[in-house]
Design a protein around this ligand. Structure first.
Ligand code: FAD
Length: 387
């Protein structure tokens, strides 16, 4: 079979498009196949755009440090605004057990030279103006984390990738993988067949279906999350705020929100009972719950107008860490199970994957990269499942 491309990427989403961009920068001839009409129409457009390197898993830390570098310099390097705002992340803490959990992670984060610290309640009240101080113990604050617009970012990455020669085929779905022995050699879609020695599964919530085509069973379960955005108000809030307490109504776990560059408050939550499946119909069920949590936490939020609600999927792995890298099928690369952090990891993973595909090694240390390998133990880690 003749070789049409150096690499084929299945899925023009949070990780597929940046990976295409970095592969093309390495001189590869790249094809991206997307079943929707344009890039970012899967889960990318559902993300609220939080980007932080302050995780506890070493691979996620390294990847997001790389992503932060790319996002924060994108305008300088390409001339295009993607809504980057360096406002940090803040976890206000009201319960002793949460303080102990967050403080236990700090030494790991500091070992990775992350700019994060525990701050007292007075300082926290300056970082989050108007926060309810009743019972506030303090919290963690990482000023170098930030926010980006997922819609503006995917548009710009697609544009820059095209400039480097990446070909996009939209409204075309991959239906089968072409195999020769134990190697993937290309893809078959509803419109044609394309060959390449490297095929990347970046199909997001549909990643397990693509894996099945190569005989791989992958432990990923999509669950559904709702988010919303208000009308814009005068800028008053720098960080993205994560409240990790369960809601008093007994239905919600952590909820998180921030003020985007253009002034709107954007917010999201994790339900206590996961909404498993692919149903993305938005409901207004959570709106009164979140409105109350928001106003209880920052009373000055009262009076905001909610403009739009939506629902999207977290493709969840059992331990909250994605599955990325090579697998036992030659030429088949995985980049799936991005959970609730695929947008922030996209560029960092893309840069590393491009290196792996072209030079057979990621940019980061192999041992760190291997935290994301498919054949790991998948021990559940609740901290990694946070926003
Ligand atoms: C409410 C909400 C808020 C979130 N907030 C954040 C946040 O603040 N920060 C963050 O980092 N993450 C956030 N996320 C998570 C983030 O959106 C996802 O982790 C991320 O978008 C997944 O990226 P992906 O590239 O794996 O999938 P996607 O972006 O969904 O891309 C996969 C693409 O593959 C395509 N595809 C699938 N099957 C095929 C096929 N057979 N042929 C061709 N194309 C195919 C799909 O159409 C899709 O476009 C949030 C998610 C939700 C739902």
């Amino acid at each position: 079979m003749s070789q049409d491309y150096d690499a084929i990427i299945i899925g023009a989403g949070s990780v597929g498009v940046p990976t295409a961009y970095f592969l093309a920068k390495e001189g590869m001839k790249v094809l991206v196949i997307e079943k929707n009409a344009s890039a970012g129409q899967g889960e990318n457009k559902a993300a609220i755009g939080g980007v932080r390197a302050t995780h506890s898993d070493p691979a996620k830390i390294k990847i997001c440090q790389e992503s932060l570098k790319i996002f924060s310099t994108w305008k300088e390097n390409t001339g295009t605004d993607i809504g980057w705002k360096e406002g940090g992340y803040c976890f206000p803490i009201y319960r002793e057990q949460d303080a102990a959990m967050m403080q236990a992670i700090l030494p790991i984060q500091k070992r990775h030279e992350l700019n994060i610290d525990w701050i007292g309640d007075d300082e926290l009240a300056k970082v989050v103006p108007g926060i309810n101080r009743n019972g506030l113990l303090g919290g963690t604050y990482s000023p170098e984390d930030g926010q980006v617009s997922p819609l503006m970012a995917i548009e710009s990455f697609t544009h820059e990738a095209r400039k480097l020669g990446v070909e996009f085929k939209f409204r075309e779905g991959v239906q089968e993988l072409a195999m020769e022995g134990n190697a993937v050699t290309g893809v078959k879609t509803n419109k044609g067949e394309y060959s390449a020695p490297a095929v990347l599964n970046a199909a997001g919530a549909k990643g397990t279906q693509i894996c099945k085509m190569a005989g791989l069973n992958i432990p990923i379960v999509p669950d559904s999350h709702e988010a919303g955005i208000t009308s814009p108000v005068k800028r008053f809030l720098d960080p993205l705020v994560v409240d990790i307490r369960p809601g008093p109504e007994g239905k919600t776990k952590n909820f998180y929100f921030g003020q985007v560059e253009s002034g709107q408050i954007i917010f999201c939550y994790t339900p206590i009972d996961p909404i498993i499946g692919e149903d993305k119909r938005a409901t207004s069920e959570f709106m009164p719950i979140l409105a109350r949590r928001l106003v209880d936490l920052i009373p000055r939020m009262k009076g905001l107008t909610i403009r739009r609600l939506w629902r999207g999927l977290y493709p969840m792995t059992p331990d909250g860490v994605p599955i990325v890298g090579k697998c036992k099928v030659d030429g088949f690369y995985l980049c799936i199970g991005m959970c609730g952090q695929g947008f922030m990891m996209g560029p960092g993973i893309g840069a590393n994957l491009a290196n792996l595909i072209v030079k057979d090694k990621p940019i980061m240390k192999q041992s760190t990269w291997d935290f994301m390998r498919l054949d790991r133990s998948f021990k559940t880690d609740d901290v990694e499942r946070l926003a």
